[in-house]
Design a protein around this ligand. Structure first.
Ligand SMILES: [Zn+2]
Ligand SMILES: [Zn+2]
Length: 314
């Protein structure tokens, strides 16, 4: 343990080691995975997911070996979770060494950009999760990307094509923004993002969760090669499903873009063992997969921690 480590960080590590030891008795494999991961930054957490309290969110972080997390509000609740930016800031002020606050506002309101500027002054570090029923090429989406570019911020976007989707039109419009706004870090998440790992993308009305082997030459491989400011958020069922549909492809995909994958869970469980979520924990599940697919510890460290820091700070 380094002598420069802050007391709160040291306290956290002790607490997390105690917790890990306790978990080992209950469920050996989970504890072993989280212990060997090292510093872990979860790029996708919601404080009140399935009514989880702030304390239970911290309990989840302790149990999964998570040192820090991006906390993403969803102001309009139209994706199923409602979390206000001020709730995130409130949580941040109670756990400053663990939580990294993002903000989000309803972009259909005329004061959306002013609000984001205010959240910037209040200590927020990025926009997300941007998830409203507005197509990607809408001027209001562009205005939010433009202000993130100006503030030197990341933005986490939920891409889901189809009639009831969010930011529809990734294949047609994402590259325009990447070219126009080189400073912003766009962090891609959700079904349509992951469908585009393959050159073969089914119509969204047919399937949002394509399965089976991946056809090489997908759009994301090209965009991530050409635009270093494009990042992949590995969280949730959509991320896990896509990363496990063809593990041989995934291993190569991770190797081709070693600095652009961010560990994230989007997990609503409370204890790292799936409490309140049918026994599944997206965090421990993904940690296990990354250990399996990435053998180089330095590359794992990038996925688990360093890449998120680069996406955050630019
Ligand atoms: Zn989410
Ligand atoms: Zn969990």
């Amino acid at each position: 343990m380094s002598p420069s480590m802050s007391p709160s960080r040291r306290g956290f590590l002790c607490a997390s080691l105690n917790l890990t030891a306790g978990m080992m008795l209950a469920k050996g494999s989970v504890a072993d995975e989280t212990k060997k991961t090292g510093p872990l930054l979860d790029c996708h957490l919601h404080v009140n997911h399935f009514d989880r309290s702030i304390e239970d969110t911290i309990r989840h972080m302790d149990a999964t070996g998570t040192s820090q997390a991006f906390i993403l509000p969803l102001e309009t609740g139209e994706g199923g979770v409602l979390l206000r930016s001020e709730t995130v800031l409130h949580a941040f002020h109670q756990h400053k060494d663990r939580l990294i606050p993002f903000c989000q506002t309803d972009i259909r309101q005329t004061d959306a950009v002013q609000k984001i500027k205010a959240y910037h002054l209040l200590g927020c570090r990025g926009v997300g999760e941007q998830k409203e029923h507005v197509p990607l090429n809408d001027k209001r989406v562009e205005a939010v990307i433009a202000i993130c570019n100006e503030l030197n911020w990341p933005i986490t976007m939920h891409f889901q094509d189809g009639a009831n989707g969010f930011n529809q039109g990734l294949a047609e419009h994402l590259e325009t923004y990447l070219t126009r706004y080189p400073q912003v870090r766009i962090i891609g998440h959700a079904q349509t993002w992951w469908a585009n790992i393959s050159a073969d993308v089914p119509d969204a009305a047919k399937s949002l969760y394509p399965k089976g082997s991946v056809k090489p030459g997908g759009l994301l491989d090209r965009l991530m090669s050409e635009y270093p400011n494009l990042y992949a958020d590995m969280s949730a069922g959509s991320g896990y499903g896509a990363l496990t549909r063809d593990e041989e492809f995934t291993a190569g995909f991770l190797e081709r873009h070693p600095k652009q994958f961010l560990f994230g869970s989007d997990c609503p469980c409370r204890d790292g063992l799936g409490e309140n979520f049918k026994g599944t924990c997206y965090s421990t599940q993904l940690q296990t997969l990354i250990h399996k697919l990435v053998s180089d510890p330095k590359r794992r460290e990038d996925i688990f921690f360093n890449n998120a820091m680069t996406a955050l700070n630019g």
